[in-house]
Write a protein that binds this ligand. Structure first.
Ligand code: ZN
Length: 162
């Protein structure tokens, strides 16, 4: 029995919007950044606490559409407890999958995040799904604010290729 991917996608998005995981603020974040997606109006904050190389706490909050909120919620679940390098490897897989450069079946670590694989067929929504990862990346690099439309952002060009 295989669940219809579209139905699964809708259920996951709804579930994470109703009950976003790790939603809120951290008392003592070691890294944080805010992310903007002007095309949609998404504006989120991601904060995390690194202990050595490990993400021991992560939280997000902000105003965003359902896809961005669900993606942020699932991202926090996926990276919590992981090392920074594991989280960054996962980020690259997610971005490649969301932009259609990597099939979900070829993404070794993607797990439940595979529900976003269909997003590559919705170019207007790709940036909504990627923004939380983009913001996590900025937090690691201690960039205070990132935007999906910023020229200087290294992830801008690949995203535009979708
Ligand atoms: Zn959005």
């Amino acid at each position: 029995m295989t669940a219809d991917p579209k139905t699964l996608y809708q259920e996951v998005i709804l579930d994470h919007n109703r009950k976003p995981r790790n939603y809120g603020r951290l008392d003592h974040p070691s890294h944080q950044a805010e992310g903007l997606n002007p095309l949609c109006g998404d504006h989120i904050h991601v904060a995390l606490e690194l202990s050595g190389d490990r993400i021991v706490a992560i939280a997000f909050h902000g105003e965003s559409c359902a896809i961005c909120k669900a993606s942020a919620s699932m991202m926090t679940v996926a990276v919590k407890g992981r090392s920074r390098s594991d989280a960054e490897a996962l980020m690259r897989e997610f971005v490649d999958m969301a932009t259609g450069r990597l099939a979900a079946g070829d993404a070794a670590h993607i797990g439940r995040l595979a529900v976003f694989s269909g997003i590559s067929e919705l170019p207007m929504r790709v940036k909504c799904a990627i923004l939380p990862w983009h913001t996590l990346h900025a937090a690691f690099d201690e960039v205070a604010t990132t935007s999906t439309e910023a020229e200087a952002d290294p992830m801008h060009t690949p995203i535009g290729d979708a």
